[in-house]
Design a protein around this ligand. Structure first.
Ligand code: TYM
Length: 331
């Protein structure tokens, strides 16, 4: 059985992009994989987090993951900082990865922007920690959205260089598991930007805890163009907002883009947005209400994470200890 690892930053409420690009696939992989899912709080603090908010958001994300169908008993769900193997392996990888590789990471460039000098060193070495997350378990399959592809390639470069430098065949190849559709859900305010927790406008994203009225309002306000929907997929070229909304409807309704346009081609955005709201509410509402129920029981959430961390630690410890031996640390 293949081992799966994936993570999400507890920096806000998971949004529709996180759900369609990642979480939904985590849930389906559980059927025939051994899965380890992680709230990556070490990654979260690469940009400033208020401590109280970080604690709250870690629980909130745990609740959303459970409400989405993550099985904390059959699989492992925990927060990264609770298993020290991640930080230990990340340090070793900081010494394997080359500065030139990190300089090419587009996510760092996007996040740091022009003000590079003022960002944390942690943000720069972020991908090395991500590689450590995966390799501390020798996981081979990593379900992520499209924006994480480059980080997975870097993890493979680190694995290969480690094997080469130390003359071992210790780490195997990691495969990014990116969904064929909804791998990059775009902002509702700008179809050329990805939907993101860090976007200042709450109107740009649908949170997995939004109620029906909030979803309806955000969809109504979503940016569109004045043309009616096209009758075929080619007609979406050059219309990023229309493409995003049609793509969302398709994945939520289980249809192809062409099937959606067979049904709705020629419609104005008014009726289409209503149809989109309906499928969104029917998918998100049960998750949002289960999340609210779970959040009332923080003791349960903390127990889930603690139990997950114990099991994750047991798995990672022999692997990371072996790496430390290979490197030459006296044990
Ligand atoms: P994070 O917290 O930014 O996002 C969690 C997951 O959601 C996906 N995602 C999206 N998918 C489609 N459309 C979007 N607009 C969208 N926005 C986010 C992300 O691709 C991701 O799969 N670095 C990771 C967390 C991480 C990790 C790991 C992942 C840490 N260690 C090891 C895999 C393996 C991140 O910041 O995800």
């Amino acid at each position: 059985m293949k081992r799966v690892f994936s993570g999400i930053q507890p920096t806000g409420i998971p949004h529709l992009g996180n759900y369609l690009g990642a979480i939904r696939n985590w849930v389906s992989l559980q059927a025939d994989h051994e899965c380890i899912f992680c709230l990556v709080d070490l990654h979260a603090i690469t940009v400033w987090q208020n401590p109280e908010d970080l604690r709250k958001q870690t629980r909130q994300q745990t609740a959303v993951l459970l409400a989405s169908g993550i099985d904390p008993v059959g699989q492992i769900l925990f927060n990264q900082s609770a298993v020290s193997a991640h930080a230990r392996l990340a340090w070793i990888f900081n010494c394997v990865a080359r500065l030139g590789w990190l300089n090419r990471m587009t996510q760092f460039k996007d996040k740091a922007g022009k003000d590079r000098e003022n960002h944390s060193a942690g943000l720069y070495v972020y991908p090395n920690l991500m590689a450590a997350d995966i390799m501390a378990y020798k996981a081979t399959r990593v379900p992520v959205g499209d924006d994480q592809r480059q980080h997975i390639e870097l993890a493979n470069d680190i694995a290969q260089k480690f094997n080469h430098d130390y003359g071992v065949e210790f780490f195997g190849t990691i495969e990014a598991f990116v969904p064929p559709e909804a791998a990059r859900v775009m902002s509702l305010r700008d179809g050329t930007k990805k939907m993101s927790k860090s976007d200042a406008s709450a109107q740009s994203r649908i949170d997995m805890t939004d109620d029906a009225d909030t979803i309806a309002l955000k969809v109504r306000r979503a940016k569109t163009d004045p043309e009616p929907l096209p009758v075929s997929a080619e007609g979406l070229d050059g219309r990023p907002e229309a493409r995003n909304l049609v793509g969302l409807y398709a994945v939520l309704a289980g249809l192809s883009v062409d099937q959606v346009l067979e049904r709705h081609g020629g419609d104005g955005f008014g009726p289409f947005k209503q149809a989109l709201t309906d499928v969104l509410v029917s998918r998100i509402d049960p998750i949002a209400s289960e999340t609210r129920r779970l959040l009332a029981d923080t003791a349960y959430l903390d127990t889930v994470l603690r139990d997950g961390a114990t099991r994750a630690g047991t798995m990672a410890e022999p692997i990371v200890s072996e790496v430390e031996k290979i490197v030459g640390f006296l044990k």
